[in-house]
Design a protein around this ligand. Structure first.
Ligand SMILES: Nc1ncnc2c1ncn2[C@@H]1O[C@H](COP(=O)(O)OP(=O)(O)O)[C@@H](O)[C@H]1O
Ligand SMILES: [Mg+2]
Length: 276
């Protein structure tokens, strides 16, 4: 048996090393434990949905991965190796990109300019290479949203769903392997929400791993492989979506009650009390 087949065999029996493994991560602001010993993993091509009430600590937790905040304690492994993530630049170097709810697009310029904002392509003469940027923008947008044709318009003229695809295109343009989406559909109507759902499925098919923060339990059950619920900065539990019902997930969010199909975290309610 050659080495390759030995390797294949071993990866078949063992669960693959997660692309992201966050362990016992904490951060406090003043006296508030915004994130308290939270752990969560993400495998290649998976969507892991992070749920919880407002103020539960979801955004803060993923900001520890995106480098927006530096954690007080805990470790982060990326593709099996301990990672140093102290700022957004560090995170980008690991192929981690974040799409915030606000999208942070430059409204007055077109799609190609937004895709290359701050990292513009230049010609050999040092001028902006608009031709190359537009060609690449058409290629990436064509893959994400084949019907999109409004390349010459400022992004403020685009619909919410189209703007979302520009933000996603910008994230994957530089080969993001790990995508963090914080409430991507919060400001969108039903049709555009469905469009973003299609984008997420496509990214997943391309092997991109996604942390998806969402309030929409239907979206979560439609898109996610695993759910993770936070409450008061703590992880209530994680579960494959196939092992929990919508009502059980609501029970995790509202009561902190961990159902049998989920793996409890430090924030799980047990016998009427939150375990420590
Ligand atoms: N920069 C900050 N300074 C002080 N408190 C913060 C900061 N960011 C978040 N928090 C607090 O941390 C807690 C978790 O917030 P957040 O992560 O935004 O929750 P979620 O995204 O689940 O709604 C909240 O109590 C919030 O007020
Ligand atoms: Mg948030």
């Amino acid at each position: 048996m050659n080495n390759a087949s030995v390797e294949n065999q071993s990866t078949n029996v063992n669960r693959p090393e997660p692309v992201v493994r966050m362990e016992d991560c904490s951060i406090s602001f003043g006296g508030i434990h915004a994130v308290d010993n939270a752990s969560l993993s993400l495998c290649k091509g998976e969507v892991v949905a992070l749920l919880g009430h407002n103020g539960a600590g979801k955004s803060t937790f993923i900001k520890l991965l995106s480098g927006a905040y530096k954690r007080d304690t805990g470790t982060i492994h990326i593709r099996g190796e301990q990672a140093t993530i102290n700022n957004p630049r560090d995170a980008k170097a690991y192929g981690i990109e974040t799409i915030y709810q606000t999208l942070a697009l430059a409204d007055n310029v077109d799609t190609a300019a937004n895709l290359y904002l701050g990292r513009e392509l230049r010609t050999a003469w040092g001028t902006l290479d608009d031709v190359a940027m537009e060609a690449r923008a058409r290629e990436v947008m064509g893959r994400l949203n084949p019907r999109f044709q409004r390349f010459k318009e400022p992004v403020k003229a685009l619909s919410g769903g189209q703007r979302q695809s520009v933000a996603i295109a910008r994230a994957i343009l530089f080969d993001a392997q790990i995508l963090i989406m914080d409430e991507p559909t919060a400001a969108l109507g039903p049709q555009e929400t469905a469009q973003v759902g299609e984008l997420i499925k496509q990214l997943k098919d391309d092997g991109i791993s996604i942390f998806l923060i969402s309030h929409d339990i239907d979206d979560v059950f439609d898109l996610a492989d695993h759910v993770a619920v936070m409450k008061n900065g703590q992880m209530v539990g994680t579960a494959p979506v196939t092992d929990v019902t919508r009502d059980e997930v609501l029970g995790m969010i509202i009561l902190g009650k961990c159902p049998p199909g989920a793996t409890p975290g430090p924030g799980a309610l047990r016998d009427g009390t939150v375990s420590q």
